[in-house]
Design a protein around this ligand. Structure first.
Ligand SMILES: O=C[C@H](O)COP(=O)(O)O
Length: 252
């Protein structure tokens, strides 16, 4: 049984005051128990305040990126050790915006995934095809390669801890989505890639999220699919009310 995971990725939005007041608004309203995990992925600047605000509640806090080294001369970067020390539990790795604009590759994703696991952080590893790749029928090849390379050299037990987010690049922030069946089919391809690279047992343990224009209006349909275990949500996670509706949708 995989616990659904709804994660709101704020990207480069909000001030500290807005971030804290969001958490104050949602924290008492997120359902307790094991039915769904609710995660807020914040800019680094607010992580400390959010971890403190979330203490003792059902809300978990995630970073949006990190460096793979524990420390050193990497100006402007954040280390996995510092994230763990703050009480952060999750970290997004290899979001398509980072692959596209900040030069992330499958190799750097792999280094970061190892570093996250080694420091006790749960990586949310993003994969997904561009429109061009989709139109030339390369979706399965692309996500299979990204999973295989991104999770390379993990043990089966380590791989089982990873969350994979399938985000078709063309669906991010565009209002366009694949049908729930199409999204599920690609999540199934990702699960097969995990089974081939690790084991069937590992593949069945890994939670796979769908991301890309998820909203309260389409979350339930996505969540009803057999291989979709949650959502990574950008725009629709910015307002507390909408985030709560998404969590509720993941809880049914
Ligand atoms: O990380 C989240 C995704 O990039 C999806 O963003 P979106 O929900 O605004 O399309």
């Amino acid at each position: 049984m995989r616990t659904p995971i709804i994660a709101g990725n704020w990207k480069m939005n909000k001030t500290k005051e807005e971030a804290v007041s969001f958490l104050q608004e949602v924290k008492g309203k997120v359902p307790s128990g094991e039915k769904v995990e609710a995660v807020v992925c914040s800019p680094d600047l607010f992580l400390d305040a959010l971890v403190q605000e979330a203490e003792g509640t059902e809300v978990k806090i995630s970073a949006q990126n990190m460096h793979f080294e524990e420390k050193g001369a990497f100006t402007g970067e954040t280390s996995p050790k510092a994230l763990k020390d703050l009480g952060v539990e999750y970290v997004i790795i290899g979001h398509s915006e980072r692959r596209d604009m900040f030069g992330e590759t499958d190799a750097s994703v792999n280094q970061k995934v190892h570093a996250a696991i080694d420091h006790g952080l749960t990586p949310i590893v993003c994969v997904g095809e561009t429109l061009e790749e989709r139109e030339s029928n390369k979706t399965s090849d692309v996500v299979t390669r990204q999973v295989k390379e991104g999770l390379k050299d993990l043990t089966k037990e380590q791989a089982a801890l990873v969350v994979v987010a399938y985000e078709p690049v063309w669906a991010i922030g565009t209002g366009k989505t694949p049908t729930a069946e199409e999204a599920n089919e690609t999540c199934g391809v990702i699960r097969e890639a995990l089974a081939t690279a690790f084991s069937r047992e590992t593949a069945e343990a890994v939670r796979i999220q769908y991301g890309g224009s998820v909203k309260p209006a389409n979350i339930k349909e996505m969540m009803s699919q057999s291989d979709i275990d949650g959502a990574l949500v950008g725009g629709a996670s910015l307002e507390a009310e909408s985030f709560l509706q998404l969590v509720e949708g993941g809880n049914e």
